[in-house]
Write a protein that binds this ligand. Structure first.
Ligand code: IMP
Ligand code: MG
Length: 182
């Protein structure tokens, strides 16, 4: 049985309303604009969950950017995440000597982001930073480097604003959670 089976059929409840998500995304974009003033960046969107976060944030950057898309999916049906991810869409452009920022929706155990950053480091970027919308600090199983963070949240299962449960709910304009039975 999948660990999230009990969430099927649950209605999403608002966790962070649209206006707060948008305000925080604007702040993150302003930080990045300041930190990278005079530089050019390669912005890497981790598909699929980050696509809305990425689209909203990069439209507020006033530095020159190139967009790249890296598709990953966690190996399903594993009781314990190994952090091993399947690359479903790779970046074909060289990242060597580029200032790379990776945009990720959620860091839970931290294994996925670590896997991604370790694999991008082998392409020898000039610098590599991460921008993460949501962090679940109580779920971390490894040390992760997050340079820009939207929100710290609890252990709840999040959907909306690009993030799915079984492929659903990505179109919600706010961040929501699916409640476990008590
Ligand atoms: P990790 O445990 O940090 O490796 O997280 C792996 C992946 O699980 C993340 O990139 C998300 O795509 C997904 N994930 C973690 N928590 C949630 C959640 O609350 N809702 C939807 N997807 C999640
Ligand atoms: Mg993801």
């Amino acid at each position: 049985m999948h660990m999230y089976d009990e969430l099927s059929g649950k209605q999403p409840k608002i966790l962070i309303p649209e206006i707060k998500v948008q305000a925080r995304v604007t702040e993150l974009a302003q930080e990045i604009n300041q930190d990278y003033r005079g530089k050019e960046i390669t912005a890497v969107c981790i598909l699929k969950g980050s696509f809305i976060f990425f689209a909203d944030l990069i439209r507020q950057l006033d530095i020159p950017i190139t967009c790249e898309f890296l598709g990953v999916s966690s190996y399903a049906n594993k009781m314990v995440s190994s952090g091993e991810v399947k690359v479903t869409l790779d970046i074909n452009e060289p990242l060597e000597n580029k200032h790379v920022i990776v945009f990720e929706d959620i860091v839970d155990s931290g294994l996925t982001l670590n896997y991604i950053t370790n694999s991008l480091k082998t392409r020898k970027p000039a610098s590599l930073k991460s921008c993460v919308l949501l962090l679940k600090p109580e779920c971390l199983k490894t040390q992760v480097d997050i340079d820009y963070l939207g929100f710290k949240i609890g252990k709840e299962f999040v959907v909306g604003y690009g993030i799915d449960f079984s492929g659903k709910f990505r179109g919600l304009p706010y961040l929501a959670y699916l409640e476990h039975d008590h």
